[in-house]
Structures are given as C-alpha cells and as structure tokens.
Design a protein around this ligand. Structure first.
Ligand SMILES: *[C@@H]1O[C@H](CO)[C@@H](O)[C@H](O)[C@H]1NC(C)=O
Ligand SMILES: *[C@@H]1O[C@H](CO)[C@@H](O)[C@H](O)[C@H]1NC(C)=O
Ligand SMILES: *[C@@H]1O[C@H](CO)[C@@H](O)[C@H](O)[C@H]1NC(C)=O
Length: 559
C-alpha cells in the first residue's frame, strides 16, 4: 500500500546490534506529557500484539477500489469476511516462524484478529525484555496520573523480522480514544432562552435537520439487516452509555412520530450499561441523533469497556465487525485521537483494518474532531496536527456546519495526513484547494497527504440528558447525523433491489457529489493569531464536499 509517508520520531532502524538482532522500531524519548517513573516488576504480566505480514494487502486495496467505485463492473459486489481473510492472513511460514520463536518465552499466544494476522501474547516484563532485547520502564501520564509500561525501542532476530510488521504497544504511548480529538462538548447560553427562538433559527431540532437535508421520517424497505452501528466507550476514563429513558423523552419531545423506538446494546470487554444517569453526554448525542434521525433503521450501540490505547480499541471494534454474521451497514464513531498519538505502524494496521471493513461493504463514519485546523490550544504553533482515524483513507470523516446560511463550524478539525498519501479519488480536489490558497500555511501541513474531512453536517443540537433538554455541539453531533443520512439512503437502495453503499468516498468524490450541498462560508480556527482553513467552493478541509442532500443523493444513485 505504501501508506507510510513521513515518520516523525519513529525510525525503522536497520542498525545491527549483534549479528542476529535488529532494532525494529525506536523513539528517542517518551512523548511530552509522560514522565519516566521507575521500572516495572520483572514478573509483571503484560499483553502485546504482534502484527504479522499480510499475504496480499495491496490486492485487497485493489478489490476495495473495484467494489466501491461507481464506474466499476464490481461496484457493490462486496466480499465476505472469509474472502477478506484470505487477503490478510499471513503466509503459513510467517505464522510458524513467529510462533516457534515466541512460544518458549510467553505464557500464551493466540490469534487476536479473525484472519490470524495479529497475534496476542501474554508474557512477563522479564520475558518481553529477553525476547525483544530491550528494557521496559514505567511512564506516568501527567494529564491523568495513569501509568503505562513501555520501552523506547525493541529488536527482533533477523530470522523473524521479515515476518513481523510491528509489535504493539512497546513504543506506543497512545491514550485511549477521546471524545473527538479535543474532548470538547460545547455549551453556550442557557438553553431556556434559546428554545424561545424559532425552531430552526439557531440550535436546531431534529425536524430542522430533516427539513434542511430532505430526510424522510421513516424507512420503506422493512429491512432488518440495514442496521446502524454506534460506537460507545465505557472505560473508567470515559464512562459513557446511552440512557434509555432520555432517548424516550427525546423522541416524545422532538420526534413524536417515532416515539417508543429503541436500540440494542452489545457490551464488549466488560462494559457496563448503567442506566443511572452517571453516563456522559456523548452517549446521549450519539444515540439520540441516530435513533432520532434515521427513522426506523435498527440501531445498535457497541459499548466497549476496555481502557487500552486507542489503536487496540479501534482494532477491537474492527475485529467485532469482521466477526458479525450481519454487521451494521453503517457505523458511526464520535471518538478520535491526534494522528501523532499513534505510531505510524499501528495507525497503518488500524487503517488496513478499515480497508477490510470497506471490502465487506461497511460505511465507517468518524467525527473529524473539534480542535480546528491546528488541534493545538497554544497561542503559537508551528504545525497543524491532523486527527486519526479521520485521516485513514478508508473511512469517511464528518466536519461541522451550522444553519443558516450553511456555514463552517470554526472548531471543525480538518487538514492533511502526515501518514497517508492522498488517494486517487481525492487528488483533484485537494490539488484544487491547495491551488486556491497558494502559500498560505505552507510548512504547517503535508500537501501530499490525504485531506479530511470528507463531508459535514450540523454541529449544534438539542439533546435530553438526565431528564432535561440541553444544547450541545461538536463534530460529535455531525457524525451520527451523517451516518443516519447514509442509513436512510441504504434503505431506499434496498427497497430498489440494489446493494447498500459500503465504503463511501469513491462515490462521494465522483457521481455522489450531487448528494451533497457544498458549503463555502466560514473558516476553521488555527492557533493564536494563525488562522485555519477557509471553506471555499468545492472540497475544503473544514466542511469537505458539503452537507447531506437526500433527494440529490437518490437522484445521483438513479433511484
Ligand atoms: C493479490 O490480489 C489481487 C487482487 O485480487 C490478485 O490479482 C493477485 O493475483 C493477488 N496476488 C497474490 C500474490 O495472491
Ligand atoms: C534503546 O533504548 C535504551 C533505553 O531504554 C537506550 O539506552 C538505547 O540506546 C536505545 N537503543 C537504540 C538503538 O535506540
Ligand atoms: C414527518 O412527520 C411530521 C410529523 O409527524 C409531519 O408533519 C411531516 O409531514 C412528515 N414528513 C414526511 C416527509 O412525511
């Protein structure tokens, strides 16, 4: 795939330590925000993931292009998860070489991914230090006082190195997924004043979203398999769930025509579906703006209780989706990280996981983040930091806008990846944008990177939380709204006897443009006195290609 573009800090050193051991990855020091705080006990158990070389990931990328590009003969002919596994499963020699090498030195080794391309090993710190010829330390994150056991480099015997992509998370200091990249939930003036305003004048209600985007009230296909998946995280850090009573109150107030609709819940990794009002706001937004917008589309909330690094959390969801008999057709996530939070190798593994979901026909939708162009609160910055997963080419990311006229939300994150090169379906759009801005921000971003977000929708809405109506905002609201739009389009496709949309971007950047309304007013924030990106005619890194236009999309799809 040639996905790796620039490798800040991380070196794929080929420097030889001894005749048989090669340093595989290294960083010069722990990232800022972490302090070395001693050595872990040698008998402490840790869990590591070994990503093995995949047999034909470049072939899978070609298949994904073929099944996702409207002009292709294979458009909509998605693979089964078993067919995908043939492309990503490692060559047998890689499995046996690596398994034979680790087995005497670990407590257990088992497949983590369904295709067996990622192995999970449990071992002690002392065993890991021996296997990977390194020294682990304990590092404490100043933000929350949490400690992780990590090393600054690791080595592999030359006989196994060719079979391994990377081992995770030895040098990765990645935090868990965050509520959008900046963990922001916006609240403005007291809600009571604002509800006196005309319904669609300011903060909007579902009926305004339906009206502006032309969304139908209900589904027509009667399909039970066109489900909309919603990511939740219930770790001690995030503590989210979606409250059933609040959804019921929300529908009574804002969508009486579908009052009584509910959602199903799947619990992963010990998550707790508490219904005691201890949950945060994110779960309420994500469920109320899927169930409350997507009419009767069956909705399922995947609540993950793990508190691992984000790359592992994202892989958990990918593995779950790959193993469902009837996975959701659309899946929305309002959590994310800075691209710099992940090591390039781990980000590439996760992105290749999204490639697998694209191959089986799932539309993966992510909030673009709420940190503007820079994702940096300082008065000064020397670069714009993009967000991940939005920079992975195999997901569709959603920026924020508000009515009326449709205007860019200034905190909408967007920009250009430092890891993933611009894909062919997007190259003309990013080139046109960069030509229009000239030298502005030159040196702050990677002009050859994948641009994001892809699309946008309303960012500020009313929700019900703990029984009361409150206004809230962020791209957290935009992602579930856009996902609901796609789920409703899929419903019409099913009714017309056609396949659902799957990986959206090759469609959106070509014939699907007619299903989006361009936004060319407003701009994102930068940092301090440095401005962000202006929204212009055509694609821009604030509002992407624009907001949903349901009738336009039906016409573009010929239904
Ligand atoms: C990899 O996949 C592509 C696309 O299906 C196929 O054309 C090619 O033959 C495969 N290569 C190998 C080595 O299996
Ligand atoms: C690996 O990390 C250790 C510190 O843990 C350091 O002393 C050593 O120089 C590093 N080696 C390389 C090749 O980076
Ligand atoms: C949707 O429902 C509302 C309220 O029940 C109704 O006023 C409106 O006409 C409906 N819209 C459509 C497109 O059926």
């Amino acid at each position: 795939m040639g996905l790796l573009h620039a490798l800040p800090l991380v070196l794929f050193a080929q420097c030889v330590l001894s005749s048989t051991t090669l340093v595989h990855e290294s960083i010069s020091h722990a990232p800022s925000g972490f302090k070395a705080s001693g050595s872990p006990s040698p008998t402490q158990e840790i869990k590591l993931f070994i990503a093995l070389v995949q047999s034909n990931i470049t072939g899978l990328a070609k298949v994904v292009d073929a099944v996702s590009t409207p002009s292709s003969l294979s458009y909509g002919k998605y693979l089964t998860a078993a067919e995908v596994a043939e492309y990503v499963k490692p060559p047998p020699a890689s499995v046996s070489t690596v398994t034979d090498w680790v087995t005497p030195n670990v407590a257990s080794v088992k497949p983590f991914s369904p295709a067996g391309d990622i192995l999970q090993v449990s071992l002690t710190v002392a065993q890991a230090e021996g296997l990977f010829n390194t020294k682990f330390g304990t590092y404490t994150r100043s933000a929350d006082g949490q400690s992780v056991i990590r090393a600054l480099n690791y080595s592999l015997p030359s006989s196994v190195q060719q079979h391994i992509l990377h081992v995770h998370p030895i040098i990765a200091f990645t935090p868990p997924p965050q509520r959008t990249s900046k963990n922001t939930v916006y609240k403005r003036r007291p809600t009571s004043d604002r509800r006196q305003l005309a319904p669609c004048e300011d903060i909007v209600r579902p009926v305004c979203i339906q009206e502006f985007y032309g969304l139908p009230n209900k589904t027509i296909s009667g399909s039970l398999t066109n489900t909309l998946g919603v990511q939740g995280y219930n770790s001690p850090d995030l503590g989210e769930y979606a409250n059933n009573d609040d959804l019921a109150t929300f529908l009574d107030e804002f969508r009486p025509d579908i009052a009584g609709n509910t959602f199903s819940v799947t619990l992963l990794n010990g998550a707790q579906n508490l219904q005691d009002n201890s949950g945060g706001l994110e779960g309420q937004i994500d469920i109320q703006y899927t169930v409350g917008i997507a009419g009767d589309v069956p909705t399922t909330y995947l609540l993950d209780g793990s508190n691992t690094d984000a790359a592992t959390s994202y892989m958990d969801t990918i593995n779950w989706l790959l193993t469902q008999e009837e996975p959701p057709t659309v899946f929305t996530t309002s959590y994310g990280n800075l691209e710099t939070d992940l090591t390039p190798t781990a980000a590439t593994s996760v992105c290749n996981g999204y490639m697998q979901l694209a191959a089986i026909g799932i539309s993966m939708i992510f909030a673009s983040g709420d940190g503007g162009a820079a994702n940096n609160d300082q008065d000064d910055c020397t670069s714009f930091v993009p967000t991940f997963p939005p920079t992975c080419p195999y997901v569709t990311s959603v920026g924020g806008t508000f009515f009326q006229p449709p205007t860019a939300f200034s905190s909408s994150s967007g920009g250009f990846s430092n890891l993933f090169p611009v894909p062919s379906w997007q190259a003309a759009d990013t080139a046109a944008y960069l030509a229009s801005i000239g030298d502005e921000h030159s040196g702050f971003y990677n002009p050859t990177g994948r641009g994001f977000p892809d699309v946008a929708s309303e960012w500020e809405v009313f929700i019900v939380n703990a029984g009361g109506v409150t206004s809230i905002g962020g791209t957290s609201c935009a992602s579930p709204i856009f996902a609901s739009f796609i789920a409703l389009v899929n419903d019409r496709l099913i009714a017309a006897g056609k396949p659902t949309l799957g990986f959206l971007n090759p469609l959106l950047y070509s014939t699907g443009r007619g299903g989006l309304d361009d936004v060319n007013v407003g701009q994102s924030s930068g940092c301090g006195s440095i401005s962000g990106w202006p929204a212009i005619n055509g694609w821009d890194p604030v509002t992407g290609l624009g907001t949903p236009d349901f009738p336009g999309m039906l016409e573009a799809l010929g239904i």
